[in-house]
Design a protein around this ligand. Structure first.
Ligand SMILES: *Cc1c(COP(=O)(O)O)cnc(C)c1O
Length: 412
């Protein structure tokens, strides 16, 4: 199916990566151990998988699922719920939960992920700012990363000393669709230490795509993510999580449901087992995706394309950026990823105006779960400098297959 030359290139790439692959396996083992001891200490049992309906009061399984997600992230409290429709929804719950009129949200990793534009009220598309934080009287300010790479701790400190209206410091761990560096757990921990010096200021971390790539998760008042990315292990078919300090989680819980009810209701409708099973798989599946990312970088570097991060650099998220120079390459690359997917392998992706995104975006995804990006997928806004963002791969083997198909497609 693939040319001799391509298979040889694949072998060489894997040889180059052997040490890194061994380190990734170690991280996966460490994180699996962590999750398994949480299951054991909490005496996870068959009865926790029971489905509840209606209000869902006294749902032990749901409550335990909440608790175990919090523990897996090293947090005091938290919840993982199927009622959260996406990562953006989870982030909105966190932000609306904490911010009040006249408070300031200070983003310290530059502009947040595209889908938050309409939540904050920055977007020209979509809702014209209706229902946004800004419409509610929240102010929004931004500090850029230094050279697109590092948190500007000094600027954050100065800002917090000067402006006492800041209630939320917001940081995005992964580069997302940005042309920037992904932040490490240590860097975010250092930011949390700084933020904690200021009374009444909360650190909200967009943890999407970062989960289980390192042995610990960052510290923050709230860590937020989607269950159809790393944290759901390819098993959870919908949902999101919010974990963090007790106080911040309580505030967020009033936005998940309503004030006065918080986490005490919400029928599980059979979703508890896939969420817990997803947590079980998450360390392993994340490792598969990280290996796939390294492999893609090694392959495309050999072909002369610039990859970010470079193939031999360790990661704090699962996203691989490849600079493809023009729209034709992007479309061919995405066609290849699509062709190498288990579902919908016969379709050819095209650019479209996706709700919540401002530019035309091409997406390649042949996933079992719609939109799941822990499954092999590629996203590329059709704009300069034609970067394609590749992520996922439920198994390294299928991830590798997808990359090889993309390379074949591009080289013709
Ligand atoms: C995926 C992602 C989100 C949320 O996106 P959804 O598609 O709503 O789940 C937010 N921030 C980052 C960095 C992401 O990668």
């Amino acid at each position: 199916m693939f040319s001799e030359k391509l298979l040889k290139l694949a072998d060489e790439s894997e040889k180059k990566l052997s040490e890194i692959f061994a380190e990734i396996d170690k991280t996966a083992f460490f994180n699996t151990q962590k999750v398994m001891s949480i299951f054991r200490e909490n005496r996870l049992s068959d009865r926790h998988f029971n489905s509840t309906c209606g209000y869902g009061y006294n749902d032990d399984g749901r409550d335990l699922c909440d608790k175990m997600f919090a523990e897996a992230f090293g947090a005091e409290a938290g919840f993982a719920r199927s009622q959260i429709i996406s990562g953006t929804h989870a982030l909105a719950i966190a932000l609306y939960g904490i911010l009040r009129p006249n408070d300031t949200m200070l983003s310290v990793s530059g502009k947040p992920y595209d889908t938050l534009d309409n939540v904050i009220g920055l977007g020209e598309s979509g809702n014209n700012g209706e229902g946004s934080l800004i419409e509610y009287g929240v102010k929004y300010e931004e500090i850029s990363l230094i050279d697109g790479k590092f948190l500007d701790y000094e600027a954050v400190r100065k800002y917090l000393e000067r402006d006492k209206t800041v209630k939320v410091v917001f940081v995005q761990r992964s580069k997302g669709y940005g042309d920037r560096r992904t932040l490490t757990v240590n860097e975010i921990d250092k930011l949390f230490e700084l933020v904690r010096e200021f009374d009444g200021v909360y650190l909200v971390v967009d943890n999407c795509y970062g989960e289980f790539t390192e042995e610990r998760e960052p510290k923050g008042d709230l860590l937020v993510g989607s269950l159809i990315k790393n944290a759901g292990g390819g098993i959870a078919e919908t949902g999101g999580y919010i974990v963090g300090t007790k106080r911040a989680v309580e505030l967020a819980s009033y936005r998940l449901t309503v004030p006065g009810i918080g986490l005490e209701a919400g029928a599980s409708m059979g979703a508890t087992k896939p969420m817990i099973k997803g947590l079980f798989f998450a360390p392993h599946i994340t490792a598969q995706a990280v290996k796939t990312a390294h492999f893609a970088a090694a392959m495309f570097e050999s072909l002369g394309f610039e990859c970010y991060p470079p193939s031999l650099e360790r990661r704090s998220d699962i996203i691989q950026t490849i600079r493809l120079h023009n729209a034709e390459n992007v479309l061919k690359f995405c066609a290849g990823i699509q062709k190498g997917s288990p579902v919908d392998s016969f379709v050819t992706p095209e650019g479209w105006e996706m709700p919540g995104y401002n530019d035309s975006v091409v997406m390649a995804a042949g996933a079992f779960t719609q939109g799941s990006s822990i499954e092999l997928s590629a996203d590329a806004p059709l704009r300069e400098p034609y970067l394609v963002y590749l992520q996922g791969g439920l198994t390294y083997e299928s991830g590798k297959l997808g990359i090889l198909t993309a390379v074949s497609e591009m080289l013709g």
